[in-house]
Write a protein that binds this ligand. Structure first.
Ligand SMILES: [Zn+2]
Length: 86
């Protein structure tokens, strides 16, 4: 079964969650590898890890819930715009 591994970053200032990383994989190991790869070059994630400001959640997905690149424009965009306001 595919998985989505959600890692929430707790803000150092207000202790709320504003950022989430989600790692997808066909196995939990795939997700963990994607996480490690990203962690290697994400300063924000590294700082949060070092300071224990992360929270995580494993979500089991149906195969059809795995994100794909073949433009299903009705789907929610994979990139969430964290803009000001709203
Ligand atoms: Zn990151």
């Amino acid at each position: 079964m595919p998985w989505a591994y959600h890692v929430y970053i707790i803000d150092a200032t207000d202790e709320e969650i504003h950022v989430e990383h989600t790692f997808y994989g066909h196995t939990k190991q795939d997700c963990t590898e994607a996480r490690n790869e990203h962690l290697a070059h994400c300063a924000q994630f590294q700082a949060a890890e070092a300071e224990g400001r992360t929270d995580d959640l494993w979500e089991e997905l149906a195969e059809r819930e795995m994100p794909t690149t073949d433009g299903d424009s009705d789907d929610e965009d994979d990139v969430i715009d964290i803009g000001a306001g709203g």
